[in-house]
Design a protein around this ligand. Structure first.
Ligand SMILES: [Zn+2]
Length: 105
């Protein structure tokens, strides 16, 4: 049984064969993953790859949550709903959450 500290899934397991032919498992801390867009799932631009709590992000609306294209779409849909050109029911459920956030402000 591995040590409790090695049972975490944030530890990468590397299978290695020693010179004596023994199979051993080496553990490494997994690298933090890049943040992704909450709608389309693409990797977000303009965010540093390193750093945890102090990681830099962009300061626009939905910065660090949505990618630029999806933010533009959400703002477009938000103004259409505000002007009565579109109904909330016509928007996909993922975009709707952010359109509602936009309209609440
Ligand atoms: Zn996106």
């Amino acid at each position: 049984m591995p040590k409790p500290m090695h049972r975490s899934r944030s530890m990468k397991r590397l299978k290695r064969v020693t010179r004596t032919g023994k199979n051993v498992i080496h553990y490494r801390r997994a690298k933090p993953s890049m943040p992704h867009c909450a709608i389309c799932g693409s990797e977000l631009n303009g965010i540093s790859s390193s750093g945890g709590r102090t990681r830099r992000t962009n300061s626009r609306k939905f910065g660090g949550v949505l990618c630029g294209g999806c933010t533009a779409n959400v703002i477009k849909l938000g103004s259409r709903v505000e002007n009565g050109e579109m109904k909330l029911d016509e928007i996909s459920i993922r975009q709707k959450a952010y359109v509602l956030q936009l309209l609440a402000h």
